[in-house]
Design a protein around this ligand. Structure first.
Ligand code: BTN
Length: 332
């Protein structure tokens, strides 16, 4: 937090009324003119700061941009440092993978938009301005097989932080890593890994959340949603990103220490299709049965028609029995 602008923001953020130029100058160890210069730069960046003669400066809001000055003052954990922000990238996962060797755990790459956003299973990920598109570098000291539950941990962290802001919305997780709001897909997690048989070098966890997006292309309409569509108004992306990083760091450290078991109950509580008849495609094989939930390793527990249990490590789940016309249109 050596950047003087971040220090000014920090001070203005924690004060309800005006902060005098003299006070800021003293705290930063610079002249009042230097403070005024930084304030003008912050205003130019989009921070709504009122300046009043003899009273000082007051922060009136927070810009809806993900550049470092808007996000770093909100971070409370260790993650998010270093923080790389780009107006546009092909894919934050691709950029972070190229940089991974030299970066520490918790490094973040964020883009305001992605031209070639990647989804799971080779799909593309629609990433226009207004979303939160970022990748996180992780170096978990776990067996590579344990990484199967990492996307579940991160999607749970996203839902926990978003539902903390917006408890009135209906949240769910579609195994393994889809984030749903009001029955439609609001976000997803894509984990890419560099590992050997026994050792993980790094994992790049890409997280995409549809936030301030007012419409989707026809092929996604009906299946995708955004916070803006669910809430009927825009949300503060820097606030959400900071909260997600903090919650993800917390759940991830628990997962590194104790595995998925302590998180299974919370995941289970949000598990979509619990008790419902589903079809799962796992590496070209199809399984059909009743979804019972997840086990303590994050595997999908499927009750097959002969009564036996099948534990699935990954795949694509689709609903088989449809209860109403809404599900028919939206659920798969
Ligand atoms: C999914 O298919 O549900 C996973 C979507 C993951 C999208 C995010 S957006 C940020 C990061 N960069 C990418 O190219 N993809 C992930």
């Amino acid at each position: 937090m050596d950047d003087p602008r971040l220090k000014i923001l920090e001070k203005l953020k924690e004060t309800k009324g005006f902060v005098s130029g003299t006070q800021l100058a003293t705290e930063l160890g610079v002249s009042r003119e230097a403070v005024w210069k930084q304030i003008k730069l912050l205003q130019a960046m989009g921070f709504p700061i009122t300046a009043k003669p003899r009273q000082g400066y007051r922060l009136e809001g927070w810009p809806d941009r993900l550049f470092p000055a808007a996000v770093l003052p909100l971070l409370r954990g260790k993650w998010g440092r270093p923080y790389y922000h780009y107006p546009q990238l092909q894919s934050t996962n691709e950029t972070l993978k190229q940089m991974a060797a030299s970066l520490p755990e918790g490094a973040v790459v964020v883009a305001e938009e992605q031209a070639g956003g990647k989804g799971r299973r080779g799909r593309s990920w629609h990433s226009p301005p207004g979303g939160i598109w970022f990748s996180l570098l992780l170096r978990p000291a776990v067996h590579p097989l344990a990484l199967l539950s990492l996307p579940l941990v991160l999607s749970l962290a996203v839902v926990k932080s978003l539902s903390g802001f917006f408890p009135e919305l209906d949240w769910a997780l579609k195994w393994p890593n889809d984030i749903l709001c009001r029955g439609k897909k609001l976000g997803g997690v894509l984990v890419e890994v560099a590992a050997e048989t026994e050792q993980v070098h790094w994992a790049v966890a890409g997280i995409g959340i549809n936030v301030n997006i007012s419409s989707f292309p026809p092929e996604l309409e009906g299946r995708a949603t955004s916070l803006e569509l669910c809430r009927g108004k825009k949300s503060c992306r820097p606030c959400l990103l900071a909260a997600i990083l903090e919650r993800a760091e917390e759940l991830y450290s628990l997962w590194c220490r104790e595995g998925f078991a302590p998180l299974a109950k919370d995941y289970q509580a949000l598990f979509l299709y619990r008790g419902r008849r589903v079809r799962v495609e796992e590496e070209g094989r199809f399984w059909e049965g009743k979804a019972e939930g997840v086990d303590d390793k994050g595997r999908l527990v499927l009750r097959l028609d002969d009564g036996s249990l099948r534990l699935l490590l990954g795949g694509e789940v689709t609903l088989r029995e449809v209860r109403n016309s809404y599900e028919k249109e939206n659920c798969n």
